[in-house]
Design a protein around this ligand. Structure first.
Ligand code: PMP
Ligand code: GLN
Length: 395
């Protein structure tokens, strides 16, 4: 094994999905929706797949299917307030994963330092190492003791002095992920301005992983760091159709940024992947074309989806705290981190089963009733009743 790969032999995702297929449990180990994607998206894919235009099943333009880059350019030109060139300032990729890979590999040289904010999406570290870079970690820290309320992901902040001490002449990139996986933190404007100022001071690039850009709960606001003064020139922003339209299996992502940086991404992409999946890109383009005219309105999926998810967030937070865990209330994203240490381990295993039910649409309506029963049962550990519930939940 080449030395640069050492330490990355195992992947939590590979292991969990394998275990899930062997034992068929409720899979809490991975973030993907268990409700259907918007109908217009799946209808579009069906139509594209069986339509008369058979050329849609052949290779498309390498740096992005023309119809999709046109739609993405329209969308992000509006969102970031500058005209984006679909030919030179966007590349579509095989999921945000490939966007991260091509962006990191296309910019990191031997010995370059890359700042990664903890907790982070796990692939950042191996990707930086594969490219010969040196990851430097800085944690989000709880800003002060939280009393009389639940902690929120917003209580976790970067220490400004610590952040400043991370930058030096070897620093090439900072990877930002807002909303953050797994904490759910949505970085505030003040925090982003500090990061941006340091990037400019030290001539550092920012890779901004914004795959959860639409999954932001009120009153938080997603701010694209590329829109801050002097940041377009040094920011590469990553998105994912999987997260945008709740169809993670489509594995379609993109990067946008200034043309002089995009050429490095194009180079890695053309020599490792060459081109993306044509029918998927065509269908996603139709998805964006559907949403573009209703952007910002209540009918827009990018508005309705986080609203739906927010209810489930609140429900799950309440449920977790009612049973004695301490959840960190997420401001965005798919995930909730909870401190389960106040509970004994038997209860934790039991609750895991119950919690996933609350996020499963098909059972969401029934979950109040079940929760009451579970809460009642939790006070009677090791009773036969518990076994009965586990059975009910499984079925
Ligand atoms: N970045 C983050 C923060 C993610 O959570 C994910 C998916 N889990 C990705 C990137 C990769 O997205 P995709 O499925 O589009 O490759
Ligand atoms: N986004 C998902 C998560 O973070 C899954 C990532 C993956 O499958 N590699 O849970």
């Amino acid at each position: 094994l080449p030395r640069r790969f050492a330490g990355s032999e195992k992947s939590v995702w590979v292991e969990y999905i394998q275990l899930a297929s062997e034992y068929n449990p409720l899979n809490l180990g991975q973030g993907f929706p268990d409700f259907p994607p918007p109908k217009y998206a799946t209808d579009a894919l069906a139509k594209v797949a069986t339509g008369e235009n058979y050329m849609i099943h052949q290779y498309t333009r390498g740096f992005g299917h023309p119809r999709l880059v046109a739609a993405l350019a329209k969308l992000y030109s509006q969102l970031i307030g500058r005209e984006i060139n679909p030919q030179t300032e966007i590349v579509t990729t095989l999921g945000a994963y490939e966007a991260l890979y091509s962006t990191i590999t296309g910019h990191v040289d031997d010995g370059d330092e890359v700042i990664i904010i903890e907790p982070f999406f796990d692939c950042y570290e191996p990707m930086v190492k594969y490219a010969g870079g040196v990851p430097r970690f800085i944690p989000l820290r709880l800003k002060s003791e939280v009393k009389g309320r639940l902690p929120s992901s917003g209580d976790y902040v970067l220490d400004p002095n610590e952040l400043e001490s991370m930058f030096n002449t070897k620093t090439k990139i900072i990877i930002l992920n807002t909303p953050n996986n797994p904490l759910g933190k949505v970085f505030t404007e003040k925090e982003l301005v500090h990061i941006a100022d340091l990037c400019k001071k030290w001539n550092v690039l920012c890779i901004s992983d914004e795959v959860y850009e639409w999954l932001v709960f009120k009153p938080n606001k997603h701010i694209r760091i590329a829109t801050l003064p002097g940041m377009w020139e040094r920011t590469l922003t990553i998105g994912s159709a999987g997260k945008t339209f709740s169809l993670t299996g489509w594995k379609l992502g993109w990067v946008y940024g200034p043309a002089n940086l995009m050429v490095n991404i194009q180079m890695i992409h053309q020599n490792s992947v060459y081109t993306g999946v044509t029918p998927i890109q065509e269908a996603a383009a139709i998805g964006f074309e559907t949403e573009l005219p209703r952007l910002g309105t209540d009918e827009c999926y990018f508005i309705s989806m986080p609203k739906e998810l927010e209810k489930k967030r609140d429900y799950t937070v309440k449920f977790l705290s009612d049973v004695g865990m301490v959840p960190i209330v997420p401001e965005g994203g798919y995930f909730i981190i909870a401190d389960w240490s106040p509970l004994d381990s038997a209860q934790v295993a039991y609750l895991s089963v119950a919690v996933i039910m609350t996020v499963n649409n098909s059972n969401f309506d029934k979950s109040d009733e079940l929760q009451a029963e579970i809460l009642d049962d939790i006070n009677k550990p090791r009773s036969n009743k518990r076994k009965k519930h586990v059975k009910t939940i499984k079925s």
